[in-house]
Write a protein that binds this ligand. Structure first.
Ligand code: AP5
Length: 186
């Protein structure tokens, strides 16, 4: 099963991805986690990535394409994967299509975890990650609206979009996600 978890910052992509990993035994590929690891490493890109993330801007499409192409080649992705936080621009959606096409793979679904902006702000403000300060949250939401939300149309056209209500308890939302994923598996 190859799926994308889509949603605004704080929508619960990482939280639900973890539950999907446990239940369906496919790996989570979180570009945010990969970038945070790179930013904390001795990579020559570390400083630049850290600076972009701290402003709540997006890291370049080119770098993301390299990261994702390399990660998807790894053996654990053979049975499927959950992309968490990628693609985030229509350019990235095209890049992903190219990466998958080269390997004759299709996506099964794009799960859109829908959460209103007020709830997103509340969740992020309570968490306290380095990019969860007021100014950066504001910009992450702005970038989401301008660059990321349009990706929904890309997948809607391809009939891959599945929307779930992302407000409720973590377990309630996971039931909705399982309903979608179990129907795909059949
Ligand atoms: P990334 O790490 O992907 O951050 P994000 O999309 O802003 O999402 P979050 O991780 O903040 O939230 P989430 O949806 O995973 O929710 P979570 O489960 O954590 O990206 C960070 C940065 O990296 C970007 O800003 C960008 O700079 C860069 N980047 C990453 N990918 C990129 C790409 N493809 N291209 C370019 N740049 C890229 O939950 C959030 C909080 O809410 C938690 O505290 C959680 O406990 C809580 N919560 C979860 N579910 C619920 C619930 N149902 N009810 C109440 N609280 C809940």
């Amino acid at each position: 099963m190859r799926i994308i978890l889509f949603g605004g910052p704080g929508a619960g992509k990482g939280t639900q991805a973890q539950k999907i990993v446990d239940h369906y035994h496919i790996p989570q590929i979180s570009t945010g986690d990969i970038l945070r690891e790179t930013a904390a490493s001795a990579s020559p890109l570390a400083t630049k990535i850290k600076e972009v993330m701290s402003r709540g801007e997006l890291v370049s499409d080119e770098l993301l394409k390299e990261i994702v192409a390399e990660r998807l080649q790894q053996a654990d992705c053979q049975p499927g994967f959950i992309l968490d936080g990628y693609p985030r621009t229509t350019r990235q959606a095209h890049d992903l299509a190219e990466i998958l096409q080269q390997r004759n793979l299709n996506l099964d679904a794009v799960l859109y975890i829908a959460v209103n902006e007020q709830e997103l702000v509340t969740r992020l403000s309570q968490r306290g990650r380095a990019d969860d300060n007021e100014e950066t949250i504001k910009n992450r939401l702005k970038v989401y609206e301008s660059s990321t939300r349009p990706v929904l149309d890309f997948y809607k056209e391809k009939m891959l979009l599945q929307k779930v209500n992302g407000v409720g308890t973590v377990d309630q939302i996971f039931v909705l996600i399982r309903n979608v994923l179990d129907a795909i598996k059949k």
